[in-house]
Structure formats: C-alpha cells, structure tokens
Design a protein around this ligand. Structure first.
Ligand code: PLP
Length: 396
C-alpha cells in the first residue's frame, strides 16, 4: 500500500480483487443448493472496473438509479440481467429502463406500477415488475440504513400488497415477475432475515393461490460485514436462515448483496497532515481525507479500523483521527488506541470498499480520490484522481 500511495498520492482507495472474488464465491456457495441469482448492488461500489470484475464472476446487477443502470450496461451486463430498484424513479429513468428491456423493475408503490404499465404499453412493450413490500421488520442495523419498518419510506405495506397485485392483473404493459423485499443494510443477525424470507414466501404463496405465475422472489441485500473484526453472521448462516422458507416455495431467489461483496476489499489510504494535543490530553491526528472522501462515519457514526502503514515504536495512546473539513462530524475515530503518529505518516482506513468512494463529494473543492485495483500481484489505477479542471468543467 505504501508503494501505491507514493505513486498515486493520497488520499486513495485501494481494492483487492482477490477479496472480492472470495466474498462473491462464499455467497454463491452458501446458496448452492437452491436456484439463485446474485444481483450485485452497484450502490455499494459502482466503479466500472469493480463492476466488470464482479460481472466476470457470473453476477447479475442491481441498479438503484438510472445512472447505475447505465454503468451496469457499460460494464457489460445485458439489460435482462439487471434489476432496477429505487424509491423514487423518475419518468425518464423508467422510460429508459423499459426501452432497454431491463430484467425486472422493483416497484415501490401501486402508482409506480401503473406508471410502469403505461410507459411500457406506450412503447409497445411488456415490463416485468416485482412489488417491494414493507414487512415492518426491524433489521437491527443503524436506523439510517434500516429500510423495512413501517416508519420508513420504502415499499408498500404488506397487507396492501395482495390487493395491489390482484387489481393490476392483466394490465396492458405489465407482467408480474416476482415479489421484492429489502429490510436494510449491515444486518448482523439471522432473525430479521428469517422473518423477511418467511413474509416474502407467505405472500408469494398467496399470489400463487391467486393464479400468479411468479418467476422469482427477491430477498434484497443487507448481509453485514465485521467492521470491528468481531465474529459476524456468515453467508452460510444467512442462507441457513432464508433457505428453509424459500424451499416452501421452490422458485428461484434473487439476492442483492453489495457491502458483503466489496466492503472488506477496500482501504482508504490517507496521510497525516497535522497533529495536536489539547490540555487534558485529547490528541488529534488530522488526515488529508475527510467526510468528502468517506462519509459513513459522519453519516452513521460507523466504525472503521485505522491502521498506520509503518507503525512507530512506542506505547499506544488514545487518538482522535479526524478529517480536514470544518464540520464537527468530520471524525473517523475517537479515543482510538494507536501507536505514536506523526505528520506525513500514512494510515489505512479499513473495510471501506462499500459505500466509500460512491458517496464521495467535491466538498471544499476536494478532487475525487483515485482508485487502485490490486489483482494477481499487480496494481492498476482504475479511476484517476480528479483534477481541478475536471471539478470546474461544468461551470461557466
Ligand atoms: C434495494 C437495495 N438492494 C440492495 C442493497 C444492498 O445492500 P447491502 O450493501 O447492505 O448488501 C441496498 C442497499 O441498501 C438496497 O437499497
């Protein structure tokens, strides 16, 4: 990592292809005994080279916006291998997705189903759709990334779903391909997954009784990863929670993992640009990366391990590792025991492959950090550092 940082500069994101391959394989193997399709959720990391790599493993794609549909296509996915999810799809996005023949559109409301049907009918097509249900299940993750509760904006209330399907049976332009649920991200226990699968299957069985010939159920994403290095639900345990429910139904399951495929594979490498100590002993290390490069800690107080790349000898003491932005939430770690730190030292923020670079911004006119992919002992810059000319290119 030191050599890469010396060559491309800091801050930079560095990804391991091997880690992505093994994480993908673990999920695929966990569901091996049941017909399944993995649709990698591009929202976790949509850098083209990463998406292409995951496609090469046999994955399909889950796009959460029109932009992500286009990235998936650029990465080589056939439209039929893309599911299009998203809580507020615009007319333009729907028209594009339908015209391209996207595999399934996961609709978020009865009104959206009607818009999908109308647009497809006007295009002389039949769009495949699945309705996203809101099962009122607590995913047990951070409130900002829990999406399956009644108080959240996602999907339709479970008790309304059957009627919505029935009322739209035979609507020109619409074909019901499945049912969709996604109760949240960074799920760390089995129970919410079991309950989500059970609810999904129960509804699908009712719809089967009603004569709908569903092709799949979509369990969403959400499998968590161990940010603090503690034991965590494994893909096998995740599958073990879902599969007994799915077997009652017998049709293929679509999975939309994002974080679990790319999260561990990435590190954000940054340089210490200042250190200071306040009376009372609070010690700060200020990095050249902040919430503009990695927003998760400021957004959800998330934990990332901080590792000096060349640890100095000396006792560990508590450090606040912070970004350079004038916002009090621009903090990566508080009171973190670390060895002595000095200006110019490099540190890596671990497990930043998911929801890292995708959420980066130009706040303070920072230029987006470069991204490097290590594969088979070689490394390649897969996204160069943005220049000031790039940043200003859209402005008069
Ligand atoms: C609809 C949908 N599917 C899949 C995902 C991927 O979730 P995760 O990265 O937790 O697997 C998300 C992210 O929250 C999502 O909103």
């Amino acid at each position: 990592m030191k050599d890469i940082a010396a060559s491309v500069g800091t801050p930079c994101y560095i990804y391991s292809a091997r880690s992505i391959r093994s994480a993908y394989a673990a999920i695929d193997a966990a569901f091996a005994g049941y017909p399944h399709r993995i649709h990698y959720a591009l929202k976790a990391n949509s850098t083209l080279a990463i998406v292409r790599l995951i496609r090469s493993l046999g994955s399909c794609a889950d796009a959460n916006s029109g932009g992500e549909v286009k990235v998936a296509e650029r990465a080589g996915f056939a439209p039929a291998d893309i599911v299009f999810t998203g809580v507020g799809k615009t007319r333009d996005e729907l028209e594009y997705a339908i015209a391209r023949g996207v595999g399934t559109i996961n609709a978020e409301s009865a009104g959206e189903l009607d818009r999908i049907a109308a647009i497809a009918h006007a295009q002389g097509r039949v769009a495949a759709a699945a309705l996203r249900i809101n099962p009122d299940i607590d995913a047990g993750s951070h409130p900002n990334i829990s999406t399956g509760l009644r108080s959240n904006k996602f999907g339709v209330p479970l008790e309304d779903a059957r009627a919505i399907y029935r009322e739209r049976r035979g609507l020109p332009g619409l074909r019901f391909a499945g049912v969709h649920v996604h109760i949240g991200s960074q799920i760390t226990t089995e129970d919410p997954i079991r309950r989500a699968a059970s609810t999904l299957v129960a509804l699908a069985l009712e719809l089967r009784d009603d004569g709908f010939e569903l092709e799949h159920v979509d369990l969403g994403g959400g499998l968590g990863i161990a940010y603090e290095g503690r034991p965590m639900i494994t893909p096998v345990e995740y599958a073990a929670a879902a599969l007994p429910e799915l077997r009652r139904l017998g049709i293929p399951v679509v999975l939309e993992p994002g974080r679990a495929i790319v999260g561990h594979a990435g590190a954000l490498v940054a340089r210490i640009v200042d250190t200071k100590e306040f009376p009372g002993g609070r010690r700060f290390a200020v990095l050249d990366a902040g919430m503009g490069e990695l927003m998760r800690p400021a957004l959800y107080g998330s934990y990332h391990r901080v590792v000096p790349l060349a640890p100095r000898p000396g006792p560990e003491r508590p450090w606040d590792v912070v970004g350079p932005i004038c916002e009090s939430s621009d903090v990566f770690a508080r009171d973190r025991p670390l060895p002595p730190l000095e200006v110019e030292d490099l540190v890596a923020l671990l497990d930043t492959g998911a929801y890292g670079s995708v959420m980066a911004s130009n706040y303070l006119r920072h230029q987006l950090a470069p991204e490097v992919l290590i594969d088979d002992g070689r490394w390649t810059v897969v996204r160069r550092r943005q220049t000031m000319d790039d940043v200003l290119a859209l402005e008069t």
